[in-house]
Ligand binder design. Structure first.
Ligand code: B12
Ligand code: SF4
Length: 435
């Protein structure tokens, strides 16, 4: 069987992201004896896709849909019209089943299948794609079994299967799936599961070492919702990486809570020199209303430890949770001033996802009504409303040049931003901010 996998994502902001989901799907198909290729719409045109389809003559086409929208307010972007154009251009040259997957599809399977008039798809882990196709699954929407974490991995020769592989300056690596926390707005536990499933540390480090040695990859991003979701597992991975002494640079998301600050020394030794903390707020009352499992003292402690070890870090915030007021906004700004990270990335308003507590809160507060679709993005704002919230945040942050608001401008269309990305090649763009 021949399967062509297409990555539909073209979004360049905040950086083009390597389609790691498809790399793992391709790896599992290859191990099942399928002849597989990946085509990337980020780097290819419609006509080059059509040429590739005519040349490869796949028996099935799998399309990976990562993003529904950019989850940013007020400049939100809805990507489905571009996916519809893509699927129409596929149908114009071949008549084989076109099957969907990816995080966007897992969040809104029925809506997306109907919008794109596709031949069904698989929600959740894509490692079960071959079994899904073999059980005549196309035409249906199925939920994948959670896969065995020791079986996941890239194809043997990723650059052969995926010719555009070398065009990515940062390659994703996954060490675990799932999150046991219950932050009120978060869709990750729905997407990956409510318990944490870890990959064997030796497999993760082998993957990094082989990408480094065979393809000269030096920049990696750990795509886990939280690299430190299970600290002891993260430490095992770091220990093994540090022992190999590879010349690699690793970035990751962490929750701002660590049992022992010396772990940051180990991180640095392992090459993990860029950290993005999912901090959300600097106000204790907001942290508890969002159900964050850490305190403002934890935020202080991790920032201090990063500074001591020379680890570049940023804090990602969300303004506008239930109970946000002028005073909680000010507390957050004060805490960021105190801990002084390289950058602060802040969203105002919270994208409401299905199956989250936020959906229920928004229903109770009359922000959405029962039966409303959340497919086209809807946002939660606290009682003060969106314009006053944005105004108060703007005023509180005035004069600080290390703060960045992704939703306040259509950055994808900004040439300045693209040029910055072209010249700056060592990790996330927020590292270009002056401290
Ligand atoms: C890491 C991450 C980032 C990092 C990426 C860093 C990097 N260099 O890779 C950064 C911070 C840059 C980022 C940015 C953004 N992100 Co993001 N990100 C994630 C996160 C946490 C993990 C994604 C990942 O790589 N997962 C690991 C891979 C292995 O999983 P996967 O892609 O889902 O693939 C599996 C399955 O989906 C399936 N599958 C995938 N494709 C296919 C295809 C077929 C045919 C089949 C059958 C199966 C299948 O199989 C795969 C293996 O099991 C997810 C949340 C999550 N937990 O999923 C959000 C997520 C994908 N991001 C999201 C968003 C919105 C964004 C941004 C638009 C935010 C913004 N405003 O800037 C940008 C867009 C960036 C871009 N250029 O596209 C949303 C998308 C949902 C939505 N609202 O549209 C998510 C789901 C988070 C959320 N809010 O729920 N992100
Ligand atoms: S925000 Fe982070 S810690 Fe909270 S549930 Fe989501 S992934 Fe887990």
């Amino acid at each position: 069987m021949r399967i062509l996998l297409i990555s539909a994502n073209r979004e360049p902001f905040p950086e083009p992201v390597f389609p790691i989901g498809l790399a793992y799907v391709a790896g599992s198909l290859e191990r099942s004896g399928v002849e597989v290729r990946i085509f990337d719409m980020r780097h290819g045109s419609t006509s080059s896709l059509q040429k590739e389809i005519t040349r490869f003559r796949p028996d099935r086409i799998g399309i990976s849909l990562r993003n529904v929208d950019n989850a940013a307010y007020p400049f939100f972007r809805f990507y489905l019209p571009s996916y519809l154009t893509l699927i129409q251009s596929v149908r114009a040259v071949i008549d084989v089943p076109v099957v969907l997957g990816g995080s966007a599809f897992s969040l809104f399977p029925e809506e997306i299948n109907a919008y794109l008039k596709a031949d069904g798809g698989l929600k959740g882990d894509g490692e079960g794609f071959y079994e899904f196709l073999c059980s005549e699954g196309e035409g249906k929407i199925a939920t994948a079994e959670r896969c065995q974490m020791e079986t996941i991995g890239f194809p043997k020769n990723i650059a052969g299967v995926f010719p555009d592989f070398r065009r990515y300056r940062t390659i994703g690596i996954q060490t675990a799936r799932g999150c046991a926390n219950r932050c009120i707005y978060c869709s990750y536990p729905f997407l990956e599961g409510r318990s944490r499933r870890t990959r064997p540390p030796e497999r993760i480090v082998e993957e990094i070492a082989s990408l480094h040695r065979n393809f000269s990859v030096t920049n990696f991003f750990v795509v886990d919702s939280l690299f430190n979701g299970e600290e002891s597992h993260m430490v095992q991975v770091l220990d093994r990486l540090a022992a190999l002494n590879l010349r690699v640079r690793i970035s990751c998301y962490l929750q701002p809570k660590i049992s022992d600050p010396s772990i940051f020394r180990l991180m640095k030794k392992a090459g993990c020199v860029v950290v993005d903390f999912g901090t959300d707020s600097g106000s204790s009352s907001l942290l508890s209303s969002l159900r964050k499992p850490f305190t403002t003292d934890d935020i202080r402690a991790v920032s201090r430890a990063c500074r001591q070890e020379g680890i570049d870090h940023c804090h990602s915030l969300i303004f506008g949770g239930p109970g946000e007021t002028e005073s909680t906004i000010q507390k957050t700004v004060d805490l960021m001033d105190e801990v002084s990270p390289r950058a602060v990335i802040a969203m105002t308003g919270i994208r409401i996802y299905p199956f989250t507590e936020m959906e229920q809160i928004a229903l109770n507060e009359g922000i959405i009504s029962r039966g409303d679709s959340l497919f086209e993005p809807r946002f939660y704002f606290p009682k003060m409303g969106q314009s006053l919230l944005r105004e108060k945040v703007r005023r509180a942050v005035a004069g600080r040049n290390n703060w960045f608001f992704p939703g306040e401008k259509d950055w994808s269309a900004s040439w300045g931003y693209r040029l910055l990305g072209f010249f700056y090649r060592k990790g996330p763009l927020w590292r270009t901010f002056r401290q």
